[in-house]
Design a protein. Sequence first.
Length: 110
Amino acid sequence: MIVLGFALAYAGFLALCLAMERHHEQVFRRRAIPPWRRRLLTALGWGLLAASMLPVAQAAGWALGLVFWAGILTATAMPLAMLLTYAPRIALALAAAPIPAGLMLLLRSV
């Protein structure tokens, strides 16, 4: 469950980063972001960050889960910042990679 929380937090932070012109240009080689895409990425990013709290809280309980979640947010933001600096295209590829594994773990625990 914590793996799913990690994957959702990483994808959420990436969506928020791609809503900014600088990071959007690094990944897609196009600086201008249509307004509808910016709003979509921003909403998706905040939604994924909020959703990342639920599997962690379910796995560890609400009291300890919120502490784990704060640590997960920190642990996902730093590698993403490094990847956007040195390898922006790899950051996009890694966003979708852990989600299937986290979903399989979620289905396995049910």
